[in-house]
Write a protein that binds this ligand. Structure first.
Ligand SMILES: Nc1ncnc2c1ncn2[C@@H]1O[C@H](COP(=O)(O)OP(=O)(O)OP(=O)(O)O)[C@@H](O)[C@H]1O
Ligand SMILES: [Mg+2]
Length: 373
């Protein structure tokens, strides 16, 4: 992997040197996988679920005992798309070697109704999907599972944004995946998703196919004791200076959200030799200004009451009792029942979350932007 230009990377995973802590989570993942347990990795947004999976997979691959497959369902809006994602991932990972395409992958390709074409100049093979008639999903899944099952090494599959499956119009999509997972007990699965509520429902509701079928691993913010030395070390390596107090204030303002911490540190590292409080203020303002165009859409997406309540929650953080008289009258929100309905709707969309008895605007930067309005 190329060395990043800035040690505070902003897109998933760039290798161990740019990845802070998560040692306990890695141990927990190891234990689960080594002992034949599938895992659900869940957390609030942008805390580092996907990056952790990549970090863990690097470790597994390095051990020489495992092969890993990472699949992202974010863009997969139907079961067909999901199977395409899986097939492409399998092909990318296992399909190409120096001697061309081996017989097993050839067999797999024809059984999922795909074809291969070769780049006329480089000779690189590409997988063409979308030829399989619908209704063949189970067969395709089976063929993919069989292929993975027959690898010499144990295979660990991570499906990111797995909550997408719950949104497919085919009502049996979840059950189909559940059956698939059960059919291949020697393949290990990690399910991860950015919609924590939906993931929890899929795995914790009694009438759902995946009910209690995997171990839940919840990610928390990286603690100051771990993040501070990491930040200090990267600044120090370039003889840059940042005080502990400033680091602490960044972690607080970011509410521990890894992405926001990384973003602020990325800017400060680029701009400063010795970070001062004014620099932090400037960077925060710049970051919020850049998001302005996106944030400005929120009032349009919500009803008037929802927007008022949403904004009040941002300003009041940390809010313990959204139905208290003080809160409602301070922000002139009207009847408690209206506020309650608005909050329920905001929670359903995960715009507002309840964490440890506190109501919060989920997206930290959005919360900070609204608080300034
Ligand atoms: N342990 C870490 N050390 C340093 N940076 C990290 C770490 N974990 C995540 N990051 C960075 O934080 C950001 C968010 O991480 P990531 O995309 O993995 O989060 P996520 O929980 O999968 O987010 P989403 O909810 O959007 O799926 C990325 O920019 C990533 O590079
Ligand atoms: Mg992610």
């Amino acid at each position: 992997m190329k060395k990043p230009d800035n040690p505070f990377v902003l897109n998933t995973y760039h290798g161990k040197a740019y990845f802070c802590d998560r040692e306990d989570d890695l141990i927990a993942l190891q234990e689960h996988i080594k002992n034949g347990r599938n895992v659900v990795l869940y957390a609030w947004r942008r805390l580092g679920k996907s990056a952790l999976v990549h970090r863990f997979f690097e470790e597994l691959e390095g051990s020489g005992d495992y092969e890993t497959l990472y699949v992202d369902f974010l863009g997969a809006i139907s079961i067909e798309d999901a199977i395409k994602e899986l097939s492409s991932a399998v092909f990318e990972r296992f399909g190409k070697n120096k001697s061309g395409i081996n017989a097993t992958i050839q067999k797999l390709i024809s059984s999922i109704g795909a074809t291969i074409s070769f780049d006329p100049i480089s000779g690189t093979p590409t997988l063409n999907l979308g030829l399989s008639p619908s209704g063949n999903e189970e067969q395709s899944l089976h063929a993919l599972g069989e292929f993975l099952d027959q690898r010499k090494k144990r295979v660990v599959v991570a499906i990111d944004e797995f909550q997408q499956v719950a949104t497919y119009s085919e009502t049996n999509a979840e059950a189909m995946f559940r059956t698939w997972v059960q059919k291949f007990p020697s393949i290990r699965f990690i399910f991860s998703g950015s919609h924590r509520g939906m993931m929890a429902e899929m795995f914790l509701e009694k009438n759902r196919p995946f009910y209690l079928s995997a171990q839940l691993l919840s990610l928390d913010p990286i603690p100051f004791e771990k993040y501070n030395p990491f930040i200090q070390a990267h600044f120090g390596a370039k003889r840059k200076v940042i005080s502990e107090e400033i680091v602490k204030s960044i972690l607080d303002w970011s509410r521990g959200q890894t992405y926001t911490i990384q973003l602020i540190c990325n800017y400060l590292y680029a701009q400063c030799q010795e970070v001062k409080e004014v620099d932090v203020q400037r960077v925060k303002t710049d970051i919020l200004a850049q998001q302005q165009a996106i944030f400005a859409n929120f009032p349009k997406m919500l009803t008037k009451t929802q927007w008022k309540v949403f904004q009040a929650i941002a300003k009041e953080e940390p809010l313990r009792n959204p139905l208290s008289k003080e809160f409602i009258s301070k922000y002139r929100l009207g009847a408690a029942s209206t506020v309650s309905t608005a909050i329920k709707s905001l929670q359903k969309q995960e715009l507002v979350i309840e964490d440890d008895g506190v109501f919060l605007v989920h997206e930290v930067l959005l919360a900070r932007w609204m608080a300034r309005l």
